[in-house]
Design a protein around this ligand. Sequence first.
Ligand code: HEC
Length: 194
Amino acid sequence: MKPIVPVALSAVAAACIAVAAVAVTRGAPAEAAKPTLAQRIEHGRHRVVTAGCHDCHTPLKMGDTGPEPDFSRALSGHPEGMELPPPPAPVGPWIVSAAATNTAWAGPWGVSFTANLTPDKETGTGTWTEEQFVQTIRTGRHLGRGRPVLPPMPIPMYKNFTDDELKDIFAYLQSLPPIHNRVPAPLPPAEAKM
Ligand code: HEC
């Protein structure tokens, strides 16, 4: 009988040797090529759309099938000038409420308004450095050294991003069209009349 299997095996072995030869001639695996800015921006965009930044930083508007993100105001935060009455008093275990835009939140911390993440120099992140952005998320403090960033900004989860991931997110945010939108300062619990 013809030794079919050994022939097939030796063909595989020959292929392996060929591959190994190519690997040897190429030398040790080179360090991964540094991603281009365009690639980093794309990584950042992907993280922003999968980690839910739009959920809170892009105002919701009413669409045909219910609330949907208003991408004409993508990532520009709580809309300036939106009139808001005092939040409802918390009842029983219902201690948090959110405005219809999903950009203003009342809870035991007072009222917080989602930040303008677009690179507008006056009202957004246009003057932030990459390091200040990384440190804000890493430490949960404004610019890495200011006041604590309030809930519901998911700092406890996002601080687990790697530095490279955060830098890519920042590169993406800086590539967006700047939107001028001055977000109000948070209200402490007393002023929020909770
Ligand atoms: C569940 C809602 C929510 C989600 C999701 C969310 N944020 Fe926020 N974010 C907030 C709120 C609210 C604030 C304002 C907090 C404050 O004023 O202290 C904020 C503030 C910020 C700030 C400003 C901090 C400062 O010091 O000025 C940055 C930067 C930020 N968010 C980035 C992001 C990024 C990037 C993502 C996605 C990876 C994201 N946020 C997702 C709610 C959210």
